[in-house]
Design a binder for this molecule. Structure first.
Ligand code: S3P
Length: 457
């Protein structure tokens, strides 16, 4: 990686509001039917690819969370028209690959690593300069993993210490088509390289030793890019021939399995629960949690399997179950990378011990999710041991966790998934769990609390 020059601090995205604490208390069995909001990964990509197509892309079911809204705002700043219609449909007028304009102000990425890393890829192969800034959580996260390959493409970077935000990308056109083997299992890095390849003449190749979520590949093909995926010796090789000409699409975004996960675990661990979650995306690169919960004895049934927007989708019926602890194989980690916080909660209520390993990546998410969850669950009365690359959790055997003492609150570290996982733990506790700040939930699941309320029996 080239040396990174430091640049000065900017105001963090959420610096102007105060933490909002909330106690999540047991509310009896959960029953009824809900529909979770649109998939976050697909929503980001719908806006980005729509903004690069020539013509009008229409999107229904878009997740209107803060992270996706940050992507929408950034694409507007780079020349696309991105508008919400009164009926909830989003309409995007693209500028065409190669047509991004230089933003006049910094791009405020808020809490969103996906927006940041993917947009860095887009900017890298356009002859424009963009500064990226984010909140306190995002400003701690490593960007060297995208700076590395995008430097090979020819882009230049001025970043804060350690390759962090705020940072400035100076893109280049013509950029160099590269062949890049992913050193970390990361769909964001893969996608950044592929998106840079869109406005690059020649073949951009990404070699993925461990498969990660493949929404970028599916959607790029759907938008008409010349992209192929082959498998060799267990590796995935993705090639993209550029420059690409993207055709506008009509997209229906399926429900987010990572959001459904909180209600799936809640229904499994709260006695007497029986919940239907409609329209959940079940892309195999995302559905690892449901497989693991099945193995733990979870009663989860998939109904009405179908395809929505090129992705497998089903309705899920989830009934309370006595879970048992298992050793979770590190090989499933990429297919449930965002679901570990809530899996740890399920494990805390299971019979026996659950072990996890190979989870180093969890330390560089919106928070260090291994330490954050070990501390939060311990404060709520669970028995947890933290290792370098995983947690070992000794379950309660179904007995409610004690919950947090009066005056004590679990710390969410601006991490939406810690907040929601511990909210679920509160439902299966004796005295409730106090969460120090529920604001971050709005980044990915703005209606989490009303949906939870609606499942009161
Ligand atoms: C995402 C990829 C994952 C995931 C994130 C969304 C994406 O990150 O944690 O929430 O949309 O590509 P990594 O690629 O860093 O694992």
């Amino acid at each position: 990686m080239p040396p990174l020059a430091p640049i000065g601090p900017t105001v963090s995205a959420s610096a102007d509001s105060q933490p909002v604490a909330k106690r999540f208390a047991p509310q009896g069995p959960l029953s009824g039917s809900i529909r979770v909001p649109g998939d976050k990964s697909i929503s980001h990509r719908s806006i980005m690819l729509g903004a690069l197509a020539v013509g009008e892309t229409r999107v229904t079911g878009l997740l209107e969370g803060e992270d996706v809204l940050a992507t929408a705002q950034a694409m507007r700043q780079m020349g696309a028209t991105v508008e919400r219609q009164p009926d909830g449909e989003w309409v995007i007028q693209g500028v065409g690959v190669g047509g991004l304009l230089q933003p006049e102000a910094p791009l405020d990425m808020g809490n969103s690593g996906t927006s940041t890393r993917l947009l860095m890829g887009l900017v890298a192969s356009h002859a424009i300069e963009a500064t990226f800034m984010g909140d306190a959580s995002l400003s701690k996260r490593p960007m060297g993993r995208v700076i590395d390959p995008l430097s090979q493409v020819g882009a230049e970077f001025t970043a804060s210490e350690g390759g962090r935000l705020p940072l400035t990308v100076r893109g280049i056109c013509p950029a160099v088509p590269i062949s890049y083997r992913l050193p970390v299992a990361s769909a964001q890095v893969k996608s950044a390289v592929l998106l840079a390849g869109l406005n690059t003449a020649g073949t951009t190749t990404v070699i993925e030793p461990v498969p990660t979520r493949d929404h970028s590949e599916r959607m790029l093909k759907g938008f008409g890019a010349d992209l192929t995926v082959t498998e060799r010796d267990g590796e995935r090789i993705i090639t993209l021939n550029g420059p690409a000409e993207l055709k506008p699409q009509v997209i229906e975004v399926p429900g987010d399995p990572s959001s459904a996960a909180f209600f799936v675990v809640a229904a499994l661990i709260v006695p007497g629960s029986d919940v239907l979650i409609a329209n959940v995306g079940l892309n195999p690169t995302r559905a690892g949690l449901f497989e693991v919960l099945h193995k733990m004895g979870g009663r989860i049934t998939f109904l009405n399997l179908r395809e929505v927007g090129g992705e497998p989708v089903a309705d899920m019926r989830v009934q309370h179950s006595q879970l048992h602890g298992i050793a979770v194989s590190p090989s499933v980690a990429p297919s449930m990378i965002d679901e570990f916080p809530v899996l740890f909660v399920a494990a805390a209520l299971a019979e026996g011990t659950t072990t996890t390993s190979g989870l180093d990546e969890l330390r560089v998410k919106e928070s260090d999710r291994l330490t954050a969850m070990a501390e939060a669950l311990t404060l709520a009365g669970a028995r947890v041991e933290e290792q370098e690359d995983g947690l070992t959790i000794h379950g309660s055997g179904g007995a409610p966790l004690p919950g947090t003492a009066q005056g004590a609150a679990v710390t969410t570290h601006l991490d939406h998934r810690i907040a929601m996982a511990m909210a679920v733990a509160g439902l299966a506790s004796a005295d409730g769990v106090e969460v120090d700040d529920v604001r971050p939930i709005a980044t990915s699941f703005p209606n989490f609390m009303p949906l939870l309320e609606s499942l009161r029996a």
